[in-house]
Design a protein around this ligand. Structure first.
Ligand SMILES: [Zn+2]
Length: 82
């Protein structure tokens, strides 16, 4: 049994990483919700939902980019646990 050369505590407890990932997931939920609203609506409501979905997509992509930038500079990727 060979232990990882990187101390587990350091790789598993990165508050910034956790915070950025939570933020990204929250933005993704908003984006998915906006797309579902688009699928349900027509006319003006559709236009409004489409604008919201576009904004949500930009927020999600920005959150994802922040997480990726943090992971590449901090080397703190942790296993995805759901
Ligand atoms: Zn980190």
């Amino acid at each position: 049994m060979v232990l990882s050369p990187v101390p587990l505590e350091e790789t598993l407890v990165c508050r910034t990483h956790t915070m950025l990932k939570d933020r990204m997931r929250a933005d993704l939920r908003v984006y998915r919700g906006a797309i579902q609203a688009m699928e349900r609506s027509t006319g003006k409501a559709f236009d409004k939902a489409q604008k919201l979905a576009e904004i949500a997509r930009i927020c999600f992509e920005a959150a994802r980019d922040r997480l990726n930038a943090h992971v590449s500079s901090h080397q703190c990727e942790v296993p995805y646990v759901g």
